[in-house]
Design a protein around this ligand. Structure first.
Ligand SMILES: [Zn+2]
Length: 610
């Protein structure tokens, strides 16, 4: 059980937290490895390896003595046999038998002796994999997956200003200054875009306290020791500034955008980003249903980030369009939600009363396709992308795949596309591939009077004699419910006699004057009342089981007995216990609720005592 480390904010696998020791250490943090020596009186202590003590028994004795001397507010890392994880065979450490409840402890992670509930784990030897992105990623993910989510992860001897954003993005909490010191003694001047050898520096590109009082010429003239000390101070300051910025990006839920930019200085880091996206399950499990920050799609990796892939997969697996005969494909707009943009207002005006007879689907990069009913749901109304009119081959292929999948799953009598340029070429490719006929209504410019008339006339002709009894507002709420809770949830939540009120998009659904649902426009998700939750609770999805208590305000992780593994941070969840039935928002993922012993698991909104 971890009692000395707590996670505060999460952004994907990255998190901010606190190590509660003599002094509280905010994480992600950079520590000085020399402060780990017992005589340094630091808050984290490493008494030395088992080799140093001679054997496991002596090491245990020394560690117990150390605990007695330093008290219970300092974290002691257990003496290990330090060998790299690349060492094969049956090299084993003797078990150091210092109880975890005698104060905070850490230990080198070992597959051979998997312990999972220390306050801190050391990814020993991780620095060996620095030049091997595949291996480094695999090792980091392995440790992160196997230890408790509320254990801190320390990656020693690897931090550089250019790689810390990536390491923290993958779940590292503590780094150290080893590399910054070594670099200083090699005359390497660190910057967030990689190091520059002192010989090549004409000026010092830094305003830190150590650089501002001197010049490149002066530093070059210093004796070796003096020079190394100054470079070391600068290197550490640069590293710390970078980590502080990363902490801020986590708080503002925008670390992914930062990592996409930061990794460009090192091909191995770009490789790591791409390889990590292939490990979709690892990142997606930790990625919130929605974020408070806009999603900026400015690189080719934006197409594979977990939020984008998850949206496309949920459209494929959870979305069921209302039964209509005509599909209208439209281009996206810069303004979101699309329907309030100037271009989409014109399209919809041209459709007139036929609008409700038509299924609208918007083609866009990087999301692929967005059914009109999901246009307000994160990230559909929250992304911004680089617009040049040119789409690269990957974007083309990705969007085509999404459209192709939709058309294969949902057959229509007529498909109309009111699109130009790249959007048209996507439609043409898919139409050719699937042998489907698509009617094009745009004549060079989607908003020209000729094009809009053609759209109007085509729709009039196709829609004549058709009728649709559904209500767009109910369709939208149903689609969002399916998106959040799984296919079929919307049908259960919104019976045909339910009433929808309020203006777009702040919809509310009522049944017999009892409110069931509110659509939250800021993130396009729905919040349920107790009455609403009762309608879908029997599916057993998105349920958190708690002990026999009545929650007030929030539920802490230790109070959770079990949780649906599909729960993501910010998911709407249903809390079931012997004494209460509640509705709330998840503050952490389902797996994290199960395996954590600290922190808020759910923010509760409605409580019904049983
Ligand atoms: Zn400096």
């Amino acid at each position: 059980m971890t009692r000395y480390f707590e996670v505060h904010q999460r952004d994907g696998a990255a998190r901010t937290g606190s190590l509660y020791l003599n002094n509280t250490i905010p994480t992600p943090a950079v520590i000085d490895p020399s402060s780990l020596k017992p005589e340094a009186e630091g808050d984290i202590i490493y008494p030395g390896s088992q080799w140093h003590f001679g054997n496991g028994k002596a090491a245990t004795q020394a560690t117990l003595k150390l605990r007695e001397r330093v008290g219970k507010n300092k974290l002691i890392i257990m003496p290990s046999c330090t060998y790299s994880s690349m060492v094969a065979g049956d090299v084993t450490c003797e078990k150091i038998d210092v109880p975890a409840d005698e104060g905070p402890t850490g230990i080198a992670y070992s597959e051979r002796d998997p312990e999972t509930t220390r306050d801190l784990y050391v990814a020993d030897g991780i620095g060996c994999h620095e030049g091997n992105p595949r291996r480094l990623l695999a090792e980091l993910m392995k440790v992160r997956k196997n230890i408790a989510p509320d254990s801190a992860l320390y990656a020693p001897n690897i931090a550089l200003p250019e790689n810390v954003a990536m390491l923290i993005y993958l779940g590292v909490d503590i780094l150290d200054t080893t590399r910054a010191t070594i670099a200083a003694f090699e005359d390497k001047y660190m910057t967030s875009a990689g190091f520059i050898h002192l010989d090549r520096l004409a000026e010092l590109p830094c305003c830190c306290a150590h650089c501002s009082g001197t010049s490149a010429k002066e530093v070059k003239g210093m004796d070796k020791k003096q020079r190394a000390r100054l470079l070391e101070k600068h290197n550490i300051a640069t590293l710390e500034a970078e980590v502080a910025l990363v902490r801020q990006r986590i708080r503002s839920a925008s670390l992914r955008e930062y990592v996409e930019g930061r990794c460009r200085h090192d091909p191995a880091l770009v490789a790591m980003l791409r390889l990590s996206d292939v490990e979709y399950d690892f990142l997606e499990e930790r990625t919130a249903l929605f974020k408070p920050a806009p999603l900026l799609a400015t690189t080719s990796e934006s197409l594979t980030r977990p939020e984008v892939v998850r949206f496309a997969r949920r459209v494929q697996q959870r979305y069921t369009p209302p039964e209509k005969d005509i599909l209208l494909l439209l281009p996206c707009s810069a303004r979101k939600p699309y329907s309030i943009s100037m271009t989409h207002s014109r399209f919809r005006k041209a459709l007139g009363k036929n609008l409700k007879l038509v299924q609208e689907v918007i083609i866009t990069s990087p999301l692929g396709i967005v059914p009109r009913e999901l246009e307000v749901t994160y990230p559909a109304a929250h992304y911004d992308t680089t617009v040049t009119g040119y789409w690269d081959a990957e974007e083309h292929r990705w969007v085509e795949e999404c459209l192709e999948d939709f058309l294969l799953k949902h057959p229509y009598k007529h498909i109309v596309a009111h699109v130009e340029d790249e959007y048209r070429s996507i439609c043409e490719n898919v139409s050719k591939k699937l042998g489907l006929e698509i009617t094009y209504t745009s004549d060079g410019n989607v908003t020209s009077p000729t094009s809009l008339h053609k759209l109007e006339d085509t729709m009039k002709e196709l829609c004549s004699g058709l009728s649709y009894r559904g209500d767009y507002r109910r369709d939208m709420l149903k689609a969002i419910a399916d998106y959040q809770f799984g296919a079929g949830a919307g049908e259960k939540l919104l019976p045909p006699d339910s009433k929808i009120k309020a203006p777009f998009p702040r919809y509310q659904a009522f049944l017999d004057k009892e409110q069931l649902i509110t659509l939250i426009p800021e993130n396009g998700t729905i919040a349920l009342t107790i009455e609403g939750a009762k309608r879908i609770i029997e599916t057993g999805d998105y349920v958190v089981n708690i002990d026999d208590f009545v929650p007030r305000g929030s539920i802490l992780a230790p109070g959770v007995i079990d949780a649906d593994e599909r729960i993501r941070p910010n998911d709407e969840v249903f809390i079931c216990g012997d004494k209460a039935f509640c509705v709330g928002r998840a503050a952490m993922s389902g797996p994290e609720m199960i395996h954590s012993s600290r922190g808020i698991a759910v923010d509760v909104r409605h409580v019904k005592k049983l």
